[in-house]
Ligand binder design. Structure first.
Ligand code: ADP
Ligand code: MG
Length: 671
């Protein structure tokens, strides 16, 4: 601000006192003979210098003190103009000095001062003295004094002006100070503003980054929005489809509801019918139960008519490698009803070698005819054989003790009949698996009538009057002895074998597993004592217990399937070695138990008061299944070979005796 005041500075820089300059300027003298252009004032001053000086002074006094620069500047400019207009050729000394001064003066920059004092300029010009003759020194002095006075006034005016300017300067300096303060304040504010600007910049940068981030996010959002819009479209389509489906479902629902209401009506109707049916069913159940009881009674009656002791004879086929017997050796005459009638008779021819030796003629043959309840020739299948005894198995379910024996010499087919042939051929399955399957199947049917059956199996071997468990497992496996026949409890009729396993069974597989185990146990024993199995009785017992909880009925009876020891006798003619003695003892034990069996049957048949059950372990064990209410079936197994004729005859004779026995009316064990 200070620098923009050139007029003031220009005044100061000038250095040279203005008065001196002005004095020199006003002391110039015109050159003789030169044409000097003059203004009206100069012309006037020439005529009346004093007057004009007074007028000039008067004009000076009229200068506005409040504008001190105007007259000064105008005067200087006027002087310079006058000097410039002066001739350049050298003049008198005084004039030359004034011109030099004028030439040396720097052009006043105040010409462009903002306040031109146009009104003062004519006054200064008008005060100029006119041209005095060189000799008029007094006049010149007077002029100079006048000039001096005038310049003093001017000086005073300039002082005042200067004073004014100083005041202005002071004001300006105050202003400058204020402005400086203001500037500082502003600079501080500026600093604050800069800081704020920087902060703002930082914020801006942060915001820009945020904007970039948001733009990115916005882009993602837009993509998401697009995806969502697509999804929305899909959902709308799905919704439409679902809406259509819902409508369809609603239509179906309505149809279903209509159907349901009609069904409910039907159901109500059916419920009524069901109630009637249930009443009828209950009546039918009662009738059925009555019929079942009647069936059992009739079945039993039939069995009794057939005989409580029945004997079936089975002749095994000739095996590969065996000598084919003469066709007339064994004959099976047809029954009274013809060839379609199942055979019940068997005719065996035996040549009388003794008579032939005596007479020398060919040995005559003696025919031995036997009649049994049924005879199975060699070709008979296992299923055929079982069919005949299935009725007896049914009797066991009805609560009648049943005992089925296989009697015959070793190799006649007892084991084949009871357990089955070798391998897994189901057609060769014996009576035991078939009887079990039949029992399980009938028990299942009877469950529909409210009967619940339980089956518990045991399998023991009686060898040389000792009992051994054939179902033993683990450490007891293969060990004989230790088993004893005891009453199940004090006062109980039921007999049980101590240390023997009694295994609950409910399906064929379990029975198969037990038979397999028994075979294994027999095999172990066989290695210890050769062919022991043929000299021991195998007793498979199944305890059957049935219950009809609704009617409070119970029934229970044992089913015994006995594979007897070989019935062959020892030839007394043979010399007995040390091993043979054991064999003899075994045979005697076998014979003893078999004959005891015969004697027991006889005693039962003859209704003797004492039945010798206890004479053998076998009869003792089977005591509850022999006689009384029990039903008995004996298979007499016969070898088809002529060489076995003697044993076959013995077996047939034994079986015939049994067959002749009639044991009293069997009683079912009902409680
Ligand atoms: P046992 O038990 O009376 O000593 P097996 O039952 O062991 O006699 O029979 C002796 C042999 O005869 C066995 O090889 C057996 O397979 C066979 N066998 C027995 N009966 C028949 C039959 N009905 N059909 C076919 N083979 C039989
Ligand atoms: Mg056998």
């Amino acid at each position: 601000m200070f620098t923009t005041r050139p007029p003031l500075l220009e005044v100061k820089r000038n250095g040279e006192p203005k008065t001196a300059t002005l004095v020199k300027a006003s002391s110039r003298l015109p050159l003789p003979g030169s044409k000097l252009k003059r203004g009206p004032d100069e012309m006037e001053g020439t005529l009346e210098p004093a007057k004009k000086r007074i007028r000039g002074l008067g004009a000076v006094t009229k200068v506005d003190a409040s504008r001190p620069r105007g007259p000064l500047l105008s005067t200087v400019a006027q002087d310079r103009t006058a000097a410039l207009k002066a001739p350049k050729k050298p003049g008198p000394r005084g004039a030359t000095a004034v011109s030099t001064v004028l030439r040396n003066r720097k052009p006043a920059p105040t010409v462009s001062a903002p306040k031109p004092a146009t009104s003062a300029a004519p006054a200064v010009v008008g005060k100029k003295p006119g041209k005095r003759p060189a000799w008029d020194l007094k006049g010149q002095l007077c002029d100079l004094n006048e000039d001096l006075r005038r310049y003093r006034e001017k000086t005073q005016a300039l002082d005042r002006e200067n004073q004014g300017l100083r005041e202005q300067l002071r004001e300006v300096q105050e202003q400058a100070t204020n402005l400086g303060t203001e500037r500082n304040t502003l600079e501080e504010e500026l600093a604050i503003v800069r800081t704020q600007a920087e902060q703002g910049q930082q914020k801006l940068e942060t915001l820009s980054a945020r904007v970039v981030e948001l733009e990115g996010w916005l882009g993602t959002k837009e993509r998401l929005v697009q995806e969502l819009q697509q999804e929305q479209l899909q959902l709308q389509e799905e919704r439409q489809a679902l809406g259509a489906r819902v409508e369809e479902q609603e239509r179906r629902l309505q149809a279903s509801e209509a159907a349901l209401s009609s069904s409910q009506a039907e159901a109500a109707c059916l419920r009524q019918k069901t109630a009637v049916q249930e009443t009828l069913l209950a009546e039918q159940g009662d009738r059925l139960h009555g019929l079942e009881m009647e069936r059992r009674r009739l079945h039993n009656q039939l069995q009794e008519l057939k005989g409580n002791i029945r004997v079936f004879c089975r002749v095994r086929p000739v095996l590969a490698g065996e000598a084919t017997p003469s066709p007339s050796f064994l004959l099976f005459p047809p029954g009274p009803a013809g060839p379609s009638d199942p055979p019940t008779r068997l005719s065996l021819s035996r040549s009388d070698d003794r008579r032939a030796t005596l007479t020398g003629a060919p040995a005559p043959a003696t025919r031995h005819d036997f009649s049994f309840d049924r005879v199975f020739p060699p070709g008979s299948r296992q299923a055929e054989v079982f069919e005949e005894i299935s009725m007896l198995v049914q009797s066991a379910l009805d609560g009648y003790p049943v005992c089925i024996f296989a009697y015959g010499q070793t190799g006649s087919g007892k084991t084949f009949t009871m357990e089955g042939g070798p391998g897994d051929d189901p057609q060769l399955e014996g009576l035991i698996p078939r009887a079990m399957r039949h029992l399980f199947s009938v028990a299942q049917e009877m469950s529909g009538q409210g009967w619940v059956y339980r089956f518990v199996a045991s399998y023991v071997e009686i060898y040389n009057e000792t009992v051994r468990d054939l179902l033993a497992t683990g450490t007891r496996k293969g060990q004989g002895g230790e088993c004893e026949i005891r009453r199940a409890g004090p006062g109980s009729e039921e007999l049980t074998v101590t240390n023997a396993r009694y295994v609950p069974v409910s399906c064929e597989k379990e029975v198969e597993a037990l038979l397999h185990l028994a075979r294994q146990n027999r095999a172990v024993a066989r290695t210890a004592q050769n062919e022991r199995s043929s000299r021991s009785h195998s007793v498979f017992q199944l305890q059957i217990s049935g219950e009809h909880a609704a009617r409070g009925l119970q029934c229970g009876a044992p089913l015994n399937l006995v594979d007897l020891a070989g019935s062959e006798r020892l030839d007394p003619a043979l010399t007995l070695g040390p091993g043979e003695r054991d064999r003899l003892r075994e045979t005697q034990a076998i014979n003893s138990s078999l004959s005891t069996l015969g004697l027991v049957i006889m005693a039962l048949s003859n209704k003797e008061p004492h039945v010798p059950y206890r004479n053998s372990k076998l009869t003792y064990l089977l005591q509850n299944s022999l006689g009384g209410s029990a039903k008995m079936l004996m298979f007499v197994n016969i070898s088809p070979l002529e060489e076995n004729v003697s044993e076959s005859l013995n077996s047939l004779r034994f079986a015939s005796k049994v067959n002749q026995c009639v044991i009293g009316t069997a009683q079912a064990n009902k409680k």
